[in-house]
Unconditional design. Structure first.
Length: 425
């Protein structure tokens, strides 16, 4: 215990170091050193205390560990210091999220006024309540299919407008803007600011997501935040936010913390980026790479086109070198002679057939004439017809006075029967 001796001067205020904090006043204040020493001596009387809670921060520095422990039922926290001499006596797998019991002793650092607890022993109790709840929620969402890669929406190749949800004036915002503009200078952003930790994180992020998702010009939404301990990232594992991201019609990119941070938002988002910088690289193509790719494609197209034209020219030259194209006249002449011969043969055949048909027609005409009644009439015979056109063959069929028509070789005459029948009839 530090001893402060009063060295008072009659008629003057006592030195601050000589004034006990309990006896201090506006006229006789105590010193900071006396106050800090009093606090240190007071907490030293507590001795070793066994405390239960959940580890929310675990940072190793030169063999020592600086950690924080949170109460299981409230937001109360304490700072812990585990020196290297104690580190070897506690489990080596301790880390953030572990539910532990620790033997601690209050330690008030007089020079800086810092209050912490030195750990002399620590052991596991079980999985921290927060991580246990998160794991149960993770299993539930996975069973519902919210983590299924088939439901994730593809990102556009070149978004015209990027929606960004991040903390105001944060390093994450600067990283996303800077890296995106380096890759594609004409990229445009619509930024919605929201608290990235604490009680306002979830409602403000939900409101920002709703506004961006309703904007038809926004092609992709990036939710970005820098690194932090799991306690500060809990908002991005909230079930309300996770389900809202899954229901969004616009593709969502999760860029929360660093590579080893893994909130539930990473699992349900359409793309998980390890850092905000990585998100900018994954969302926006590199203009230099695209120009180089276009140059390669143009070179390949030029080469293929040149090869095709050269191949076609070679084929054309080969075709032109063939005899039929090099000198087509002899082939045409020979074919013309064949055509003339065939034409002559065709004309002869047609003429012979016409002559034969003409002779056959003449013979048929002569036979027809020989058999025709006209030939008989030409020899002087006549044909008698009754009025009804019946040919008269028997004189008995024409009584006296019957009108007759007599047909001769050239024409016909009218007559009447006299009714006499020849004796030899």
């Amino acid at each position: 215990m530090t001893v402060f001796e009063a060295a008072t001067v009659p008629g003057e205020a006592p030195p601050p170091d000589s004034v006990s904090p309990r006896e201090s006043s506006a006229d006789a204040p105590t010193s900071v050193a006396r106050l800090n020493a009093t606090i240190r001596d007071f907490v030293a009387q507590w001795g070793t205390v066994w405390v239960e809670g959940e580890i929310t921060s675990w940072n190793q520095r030169a063999g020592n560990v600086f950690a924080r422990m949170k109460d299981s039922r409230s937001d109360a926290q304490i700072s812990l210091r585990i020196w290297s001499s104690v580190r070897g006596r506690i489990p080596s797998d301790l880390g953030v999220g572990d539910h532990v019991i620790a033997a601690v002793k209050a330690d008030y650092f007089v020079k800086a006024g810092d209050f912490s607890f030195q750990v002399s022993a620590m052991k596991h109790v079980g999985l921290g309540d927060q991580l246990e709840r998160l794991e149960k929620l993770r299993a539930q969402l996975r069973a519902e299919g919210l983590f299924d890669p088939a439901r994730k929406k593809p990102l556009p190749f070149l978004p015209h407008l990027i929606g960004l949800i991040t903390g105001e004036k944060s390093d994450a915002e600067k990283d996303v803007h800077r890296n995106a503009e380096l890759r594609w200078p004409q990229v445009r952003f619509r930024t919605e600011y929201a608290a990235v930790q604490g009680d306002r994180c979830v409602p403000e992020t939900l409101a920002a997501l709703k506004r961006l998702d309703a904007d038809p010009e926004v092609d992709v939404i990036v939710i970005a935040r820098g690194g932090g301990d799991p306690q500060t990232l809990l908002g991005f594992s909230d079930e309300r936010l996770v389900r809202a991201v899954a229901a969004a019609s616009t593709p969502v990119v999760s860029a929360i913390g660093h590579e080893n941070d893994h909130p539930l938002l990473d699992d349900v988002a359409d793309l998980r980026a390890s850092t905000p910088t990585d998100a900018a690289k994954r969302v926006v193509p590199d203009v230099g790479e695209q120009r180089a790719l276009i140059g390669q494609l143009r070179a390949r197209a030029t080469t293929r086109l040149t090869q095709r034209v050269s191949h076609d020219l070679a084929q054309l030259a080969q075709l032109r070198s063939r005899p039929v194209l090099r000198s087509p006249d002899p082939i045409i002449d020979s074919r013309a002679q064949e055509v003339l011969l065939l034409s002559a043969r065709g004309r002869d055949t047609v003429a012979r057939r016409l002559d034969a048909a003409s002779r056959a027609t003449s013979e048929l005409r002569a036979s027809l004439r020989a058999l025709s009644p006209a030939a008989t009439l030409a020899r002087g015979y006549a044909i008698a017809h009754l009025e009804n056109g019946t040919i008269l063959r028997d004189a008995a069929d024409a009584p006296a006075g019957t009108a007759l028509t007599i047909t001769v070789d050239r024409g016909s005459v009218a007559a009447h029967s006299d009714g006499e029948v020849p004796e030899d009839a």
